[in-house]
Design a protein around this ligand. Structure first.
Ligand SMILES: *[C@@H]1O[C@H](CO)[C@@H](O)[C@H](O)[C@H]1NC(C)=O
Ligand SMILES: *[C@@H]1O[C@H](CO)[C@@H](O)[C@H](O)[C@H]1NC(C)=O
Ligand SMILES: *[C@@H]1O[C@H](CO)[C@@H](O)[C@H](O)[C@H]1NC(C)=O
Ligand SMILES: *[C@@H]1O[C@H](CO)[C@@H](O)[C@H](O)[C@H]1NC(C)=O
Length: 358
């Protein structure tokens, strides 16, 4: 099982990291990444089988513990396990290694939060909150989660309706963010918004003129080159939108909820297993199947079912033909698949307001 394989790599990995901590931060990340890939992702015949399996659907749908329904999502018809692994491009690293000065934002316990909250309704005038995108065949989820949440936040906090470019981040952040279509670090994406800004999707679209997902018409297309040129005659520098801060959110339910309630959606990452590709509706929790990789997504709200089950509401980047019209719910309060462990965000630069030091 890939899951146990993964754990088997934990010990040598931590030993190696200790040795490597004598070297530079960059090389630690590179080594860790190489090892993570070998441990968690490089597999065998299992990788070549189709991801959607009738047996797994049966297992989930007849399991009394299941709080969700499984089925064949059209998005993954003809996709192999390997194809879906490639989409899970959120790399894991200690926050302190990614940014020694990282802020961990937390909120007073006195902040009163509603029982149900959905950012799509709270900021109904912001159309991007309801958008679902498709990352194509590229492991760019780390860029999608970040750019989608920042786009929402420009509308929520800076009164600016703009659609920002995943492609800028994917192509131009380079090794600082990770490995492009081979995966990246969500926190580093938010740091990029602060020091380099991000252009609009009109300037640098992810999709090409043919409507083909670029990169992604073919599973093997590489990370796009960074050209720093707009396709719409705008100047690259003038199309840039900056954030004034980037931070991690303390890894617990209250702080993540307070952050979303105050500032809008955040980017979160979690472990994806084979059953998740079959998610159709309900509150997901992992039940069956092997580990596929880390995946970054955008958290937009929370609630509780009639049966008293707490959940998060999350936007995925696997098209509307996956899950609940592109969204999913996942168990809240038990750090299911690590969902509460790695929330990151930032505050957009508001051109209409004077900024106090963030
Ligand atoms: C993605 O969604 C669009 C509609 O939003 C649909 O036309 C298209 O077929 C979907 N693609 C896949 C691969 O499911
Ligand atoms: C899946 O593959 C089959 C056979 O190769 C083909 O007929 C079918 O159109 C494909 N479906 C999709 C959604 O690509
Ligand atoms: C953003 O666009 C929506 C839909 O076009 C509109 O209703 C809303 O007022 C706009 N918000 C801002 C801040 O411009
Ligand atoms: C990037 O540029 C190099 C050198 O010009 C070229 O060989 C390569 O095909 C380009 N890659 C993409 C994805 O366009």
């Amino acid at each position: 099982m890939a899951g146990s394989l993964d754990r088997a790599y934990c010990l040598p990995l931590s030993m190696l990291l200790t040795l490597l901590s004598l070297l530079s931060c960059k090389s630690i990340l590179a080594e860790q990444n190489a090892l993570t890939r070998l441990g968690g992702r490089f597999d065998d015949d299992n990788d070549r089988k189709l991801i959607l399996q009738e047996s797994l659907v049966q297992q989930v749908n007849t399991d009394l513990r299941a709080s969700w329904k499984a089925g064949f999502n059209p998005r993954f018809l003809n996709h192999t396990v390997q194809d879906v692994k490639r989409l899970c491009g959120s790399l894991k690293a200690e926050l302190i290694e990614l940014d020694p000065l990282v802020q961990k934002r937390s909120y007073s316990k006195d902040v009163v939060l509603p029982v149900n909250f959905d950012a799509r309704e709270a900021w109904a005038g912001c159309p991007s909150l309801k958008t679902i995108l498709d990352q194509g065949h590229c492991g760019s989820c780390w860029a999608f989660g970040a750019v989608e949440a920042l786009t929402d936040r420009f509308c929520i906090l800076a009164s600016e309706n703009v659609t920002l470019s995943e492609n800028d981040l994917l192509a131009c952040c380079g090794f600082e963010c990770g490995y492009g279509c081979e995966g990246g670090y969500p926190l580093r994406a938010w740091q990029y918004f602060r020091h380099s800004g991000v252009v609009t999707a009109k300037c640098d679209p992810y999709f090409d003129q043919k409507g083909c997902q670029h990169p992604g018409c073919d599973p093997l297309l590489p990370t796009p080159n960074c050209t720093k040129e707009c396709v719409n005659n705008q100047l690259w520098g003038e199309s840039k939108h900056y954030s004034v801060s980037s931070y991690a959110i303390a890894p617990n339910v209250h702080d993540i909820m307070a952050e979303v309630f105050t500032n809008g959606p955040v980017e979160v990452a979690f472990s994806v297993f084979e059953d998740f590709a079959h998610y159709k509706s309900g509150v997901y929790r992992h039940l069956y199947g092997n580990y596929l990789g880390g995946h970054a997504v955008k958290l937009v709200g929370w609630g509780t079912t009639e049966d008293g089950l707490d959940y998060w509401i999350i936007a995925n980047s696997w098209n509307r033909s996956w899950g609940e019209d592109g969204f999913f719910k996942i168990l809240r309060g038990v750090n299911e698949c690590g969902i509460e462990g790695e929330a990151v965000a930032g505050i957009p630069f508001n051109r209409y307001a004077r900024h106090s030091a963030e």
